[in-house]
Design a protein around this ligand. Structure first.
Ligand code: SF4
Length: 206
């Protein structure tokens, strides 16, 4: 059995264990900040996350099935979230022209304004990141994208619209470490995207 990162003795011996514990603390901060924002607006964390997602993503992604994959939740949980947001008049739903059982979800004017207020829940985390020097921030971003990519390949987090899982992404191509064939340009490490609107998923087997 591998050593636990939660054992302080292991942390003293290993930077990787300390990094895991640090990531856990940061995930705790996101959880607390989301709950605090939810208390102000009378919303649950997932209700806030769905509102923010709807604000920035195209119509074909604003469906129960996509949201369930996006947030790694069951369709039943997302359906309950959608029902609650409909009741609060923060969203509306529109049936698909070719399938009356399926629908897309849209923010109402009030929903858009709540999304705009609640998306500020990360402000303290952003302040801490912006206080870093550019080199440390670039290294942090590179390390985090590697971790996210690994978790995606391991099937732990599902939907990722990041360069490393995109059909158009090329590694070590045309003299560049990262290259986008759609944009036909070299991407610096800090230009790699985590949520690209043009992302096309490649199969994980590739
Ligand atoms: S289309 Fe977007 S996600 Fe895909 S490689 Fe280009 S920039 Fe990255």
């Amino acid at each position: 059995m591998s050593k636990s990162p939660f054992n302080p003795d292991n942390q003293h011996e290993s930077t990787s264990h300390k990094v895991v514990v640090a990531l856990e603390r940061i995930s705790e901060a996101f959880r607390v900040l989301l709950w605090n924002e939810g208390k102000v607006h009378g919303l649950s964390p997932i209700q806030i996350q769905v509102l923010i997602f709807l604000k920035y993503h195209s119509q074909e992604k604003c469906k129960v099935s996509y949201l369930a994959d996006e947030f790694n939740m069951t369709r039943a949980t997302i359906s309950d979230t959608v029902k609650a947001l409909l009741k609060k008049k923060l969203i509306t739903k529109e049936p698909e022209p070719d399938d009356a059982r399926s629908f897309t979800i849209h923010l109402t004017t009030r929903g858009a304004s709540v999304a705009e207020e609640t998306e500020q829940f990360t402000r303290e985390i952003l302040i801490a990141v912006e206080n870093m020097n550019p080199e440390s921030m670039a290294l942090l971003f590179s390390g985090l994208t590697d971790i996210i990519h690994h978790l995606n390949k391991a099937g732990i987090i599902t939907v990722q619209r990041m360069c490393q899982t995109c059909l158009y992404y090329r590694k070590n191509h045309m003299g560049a470490e990262h290259f986008c064939e759609l944009l036909n340009k070299k991407l610096e490490s800090t230009e790699l995207r985590l949520d690209c609107p043009e992302h096309e998923l490649i199969s994980l087997e590739q």
